[in-house]
Design a protein around this ligand. Structure first.
Ligand code: AMP
Ligand code: MG
Length: 485
């Protein structure tokens, strides 16, 4: 059976219902989830469909109708079982055994044309046994923000989930952090998996090593298939997870992204980035920049992200130690810094245009760059974009030409660092042949998008939505992000 059997031009069959769903998690038995029903909504207005993802599902965007999206991902017709996943987690350092999918469920799992297994997970689809006092809903602004974050991060090279659809649902919600009443939506996220660190933490809390092993075998089989036949597969799995997470954080840091809520229930066991709530892209380089207003102690501030993720990995050891030898995990975690630094340096170097430099030159350049960004407080993204925008092979001729036509103006006290940066850049360019200048220009253009999702940018597209129901600026912003402009 093909992925999208029956989906081609057959009006009677919904494109998404015709997909070949695999009961991967469901087949593990009901210790890991509860079967739930979706909320019924007064309205279903499709606000966003991510056509870029459809080919991976074997679907032709020309053929898939808006009604297909609404029926499947707004009305949730004819799809069972819908599974609210069970998990716990450390939230701001405190263990919380009262978590679980409180406003979402696993709609289904599908194998992509790339051979990988994907989850369709909902957000804002109604109450579940894990909703506690919550209404099970997602605000429209929350949906808009997650769609944008995922697209932006993906196009900045971050390994992330993406949103498949967002449907406005016509409810009025009350929230402390948005002018209320505020509009509602239901979103469907396509991700590698919704199994979290917290999924394992729950099994440890319940003292169920049998369930831990069963789930871990499943995770390795589906998301670390290269390890299945390894004798040391559990130790290798943990080491690989450490590498993936370290690289992911390095990708956030280079992209100037602050996730904001790095609780262990928001950490995917596949090392993929997901669940974007009060995130922010840093406007300038500020190590203590904190995105969530309720993060009073700056626990999850920008510069803490690597050490927090390392800590989350360390806490996961406790949950996995019934299956994986502690000594093996400690050894795996010891490589975190090395993986992180390698990826971060390489990404930052690319943002400055280079693929490789000698170690000492690399260290000097990155140190000077960060020092200038921090001391001058010029826009983090603007700085790199200005290198890209104004780059010229002529910069090889004279240090004074470097960044001369850019709009970077060093504030008092930082012009010396800036001059030193320009002198170093000039010197480094002269280590390369003139023919290499086009590669540098290309790297700069590729790694420094003009459009960055700073908070005022998000607010500028939210304003017309909320005031005049005008979605055009939102669509234009997504288009700009997707085209890398
Ligand atoms: P989050 O901060 O989005 O990662 O959510 C943390 C936990 O709270 C998860 O278990 C969510 O399912 C739950 N949650 C968040 N918002 C709501 C809501 N409006 N209704 C029910 N549960 C919620
Ligand atoms: Mg979450």
């Amino acid at each position: 059976m093909t992925l999208a059997e029956n989906s081609n031009n057959n009006n009677s069959i919904n494109a998404f219902l015709g997909l070949n769903y695999e009961p991967a998690l469901e087949s593990l038995g009901n210790d890991y989830y509860d079967e739930v029903a979706a909320a019924e909504f007064p309205q279903h207005i499709l606000r966003w469909r991510n056509d870029a993802l459809l080919p991976r599902l074997g679907l032709d965007p020309e053929v898939v109708t808006d009604a297909d999206f609404v029926t499947a991902f707004g009305k949730f017709e004819k799809r069972k079982p819908l599974l609210a996943l069970r998990y716990h987690g450390y939230q701001f350092g405190e263990y919380n055994p009262m978590l679980g999918d409180g406003r979402g469920f696993l709609y289904g799992q599908v194998r992509g044309s790339d051979g990988e297994l994907y989850d369709f997970g909902t957000k804002g689809s109604g109450r579940t046994p894990y909703s506690r006092g919550g209404d099970g809903m997602l605000t429209l602004k929350g949906g808009v923000r997650e769609v944008l974050a995922a697209e932006a991060l993906h196009h900045m090279g971050v390994r992330t989930s993406r949103c498949l659809s967002m449907i406005e649902t016509g409810l009025s919600l009350w929230r402390g952090d948005e002018p209320s009443p505020t509009r509602s939506c239901v979103m469907v996220r396509m991700s590698k998996s919704h199994i979290r660190f917290g999924t394992f933490e729950r099994l440890h809390y319940l003292r169920r090593p049998d369930l831990t092993k069963k789930l871990l075998d499943h995770v390795i089989e589906q998301y670390y298939p290269n390890l299945i036949h390894e004798q040391e597969k559990y130790a290798l799995f943990y080491a690989e997870l450490v590498k993936r997470v370290a690289e992911l954080v390095a990708q956030w840091m280079a992209a100037g992204f602050c996730h904001a809520v790095l609780n262990t229930d928001n950490m995917s066991i596949t090392g993929e980035s997901f669940d974007y709530g009060p995130y922010a892209f840093i406007p300038t380089y500020q190590p203590y920049f904190t995105a969530a207003y309720f993060d009073y102690y700056k626990r999850y501030c920008y510069s803490h992200q690597p050490s927090i993720c390392q800590l989350n990995l360390e806490m996961l050891q406790e949950a996995l130690k019934s299956v994986i030898a502690l000594a093996d995990m400690e050894m795996g975690l010891a490589s975190f810094d090395e993986h992180y630094q390698r990826e971060y340096d390489s990404l930052m170097l690319q943002k400055i245009g280079f693929e490789q430099l000698q170690d000492t030159q690399k260290t000097e350049l990155l140190k000077l760059t960060i020092q200038f960004l921090q001391d001058s407080q010029v826009g983090y993204h603007q700085f790199f974009y200005e290198i890209a925008r104004t780059f010229s092979p002529k910069w090889r001729d004279e240090p004074g030409l470097v960044m001369a036509t850019s709009n970077i103006v060093p504030v008092t006290g930082t012009s010396e660092i800036f001059d030193n940066w320009c002198i170093l850049y000039h010197k480094l360019l002269n280590n390369f042949d003139i023919q290499d200048m086009s590669i540098i220009a290309q790297n700069l253009a590729l790694n420094n998008p003009k459009t960055v999702l700073l908070r005022p940018v998000i607010e500028s597209i939210w304003e017309p939505i909320t005031q005049e129901d005008n979605w055009q600026p939102f669509y234009e912003l997504v288009k700009q992000i997707q085209s890398g402009n």
